[in-house]
Design a protein around this ligand. Sequence first.
Ligand SMILES: [Fe+2]
Length: 216
Amino acid sequence: MENEYQPIEFKFNKDLDGLTIKMLEEHFKLYQGYVKKSNEIQEKIRVADKSEANGVFSYIGELKRQETFAVNGMKLHEVYFGHLGPATDSAGSPQASRGQVGVPHGDLVKMIEKDFESLDKWKEDMIATGISARGWAVLCFDFKDNKLHNYGSDAHNVGAVWGAIPLIVLDVYEHAYFMDYGVNRKNYIDSFFKNLDWDYANKIAHHYELQKRHHK
Ligand SMILES: [Fe+2]
């Protein structure tokens, strides 16, 4: 089908700091599944019999329900894998253009400091969100108040806030860390921050010119 979603590339060829490539590879397969199912569901919606729609059960109703799960699963994982780094080239060396991974910097940090008082207070809130959520902790810019929020989500399609742009996306599903960390989610979250490419998050903010909208 024309215009169908295409998966992003897997960009790692060795372990990251605290995240094994084996775990990342397995996790990436789940992401690829969301892309595939997003395309499949949307094609099935196109040809489904809309006249049978029913609030208790209908095929079109289930397609609509699972579409939000698959599409959100795809989008959230694209930011997650997008801002884990550094990516490596074919020789296993970090790609030069990716900056200093794990070191907070840029306009996004200034925005965080304004909305959360300090970077440390933001991180404390983000970690608490990640420990208590069952799916995701997401730093979003919300167009409702033009401020940043850490939103928690119990599943791809539960807890999403419309009109908010995800900038930093922490996957806390067990599949994201159990292979390396067992039940120790906190240590996984620490590794997530060590591998966070702030350049990537800043690029999302700049793409939407969020620094200009901030507090407007
Ligand atoms: Fe995941």
